[in-house]
Design a protein. Structure first.
Length: 410
């Protein structure tokens, strides 16, 4: 057999093999880029809308339906989680039933939104798969020794807003004192008294009207109205030196404010937004749980016990997400939401979004030019094949071409 023909045949198969491998490699790159660009397709700007009013194919589908009215947007909105707009919130503050449930709880405070948020954290079979995040969340906030001290516990609660009164914007029971005919309205106490969120005095709720500087509280077997500006001193001195107030009641059938008897007022139950001293209420409840467990450091088991007490504290104050399962899901969701922030620079992301948006100059199309991405990918793919073939040819010529002996004088 001809050794040169056999050699070229072998070289052909080597070249073919390398071309296939090179083509497969760049084909994989092409598929990867194509997959990445599919996420871009989930943003559509409908004709007649400004660039900033693009449909995100998620919360905008129900939260801003006018942005998603075109056929292309309607197509991408199929299967999107419905958003909920709570009453008294502006249109742009709709609850997306996902990140807003923990990041913007005030937007998700109504019953419909809370149900939506609860459904979004449920995997559909009633089980809870978020438990695996709890050790990760504990380790993030605990010390290098694997335990959590008092300060770390406070930071954890504050960062996740587990005991804040952000959702005190919900309607809570309150009291209105209505002046009786011929009654003496000394100190103008005939006003509405919203619940003071997270506060109790002598085992009873506290009600305040900050605008009129009035506080309604239980003391020595009766309810009284006095100046709200004295409230910090009452807490500091446990009421020492506290007077009889501007107005006071007699004890009724029970010690409830609604059963109290007033000479000058009728007590009317109302529903109003609660007042909240955010810093004090959160700190007081956070410290209370720490001291109730009575440990110098929290182990992971102590941490779980404390979370159970968080759920109980929220339930006692008529807050939503007041079960252990919901608290665990809350922490897990927050932990998962925080992870991407450790891998991205917000300023760069914003500038990138701005530059991407500037590339859009046609209504009814995607926010970046997907055409450019595919063109670049196709060029890279073609160049890869060309380089692969060229390298094989060069190697075949340079290495495997038989040497022809030159004539020489003997």
């Amino acid at each position: 057999p001809d050794p040169i023909s056999a050699h070229h045949k072998k070289s052909f198969f080597i070249m073919k093999s390398k071309v296939v491998r090179t083509s497969s490699y760049y084909c994989a790159i092409f598929c990867l880029v194509s997959h990445c660009t599919s996420s871009v397709l989930s943003s559509v700007t409908c004709p007649g809308q400004n660039k900033s009013n693009y449909c995100d194919c998620a919360g905008d589908c129900t939260g801003q339906p006018q942005w998603c009215a075109c056929d292309e947007a309607q197509e991408c909105c199929r299967g999107a989680t419905p958003a909920v707009l709570c009453s008294e919130q502006p249109k742009e503050n709709y609850c997306d039933c996902e990140g807003d449930c923990t990041q913007q709880p005030a937007w998700c405070a109504c019953a419909e939104a809370r149900t939506c948020c609860s459904d979004s954290t449920n995997n559909g079979d009633g089980s809870d798969n978020d438990e695996s995040f709890l050790p990760l969340a504990f380790n993030r906030y605990s010390g290098s020794d694997g335990s959590m001290d008092h300060e770390e516990w406070k930071i954890f609660v504050r960062e996740l807003k587990l005991l804040s009164c952000d959702d005190a914007t919900m309607m809570h029971p309150g009291v209105k004192l209505v002046l009786k005919d011929g009654g003496d309205n000394y100190a103008d106490c005939d006003v509405e008294y919203p619940l003071l969120f997270g506060e109790r005095w002598n085992g009873h709720e506290v009600y305040v009207n900050k605008t009129n500087d009035r506080i309604l509280m239980f003391r020595l077997g009766s309810w009284l109205v006095t100046g709200y500006h004295w409230w910090p001193d009452f807490k500091r001195t446990s009421g020492e030196g506290m007077g009889g107030g501007f107005q006071s009641s007699e004890l009724g059938a029970t010690s409830s404010i609604y059963d109290s008897n007033w000479a000058n007022y009728d007590v009317i139950p109302i529903q109003v937004k609660a007042e909240c001293e955010e810093d004090y209420a959160e700190k007081n409840r956070t410290d209370s749980i720490w001291y109730d467990i009575d440990e110098s450091f929290f182990s992971y088991d102590h941490f779980l016990t404390a979370l159970g007490k968080v759920a109980l504290a929220r339930k006692e104050n008529d807050q939503d997400r007041n079960t252990i399962s919901e608290i665990h899901n809350w922490i897990a969701h927050n932990h998962a939401e925080e992870e991407p922030t450790f891998c991205h620079n917000v300023d760069n992301d914003v500038s990138m979004i701005g530059s991407i948006s500037n590339n859009e100059d046609m209504s009814g199309s995607i926010n970046i030019k997907v055409y450019d991405i595919f063109m670049v990918t196709a060029i890279v793919f073609a160049c890869g094949i060309f380089v692969g073939i060229s390298s094989v040819k060069y190697r075949t010529t340079a290495v495997h071409t038989p040497l022809i002996p030159s004539k020489s004088a003997h």
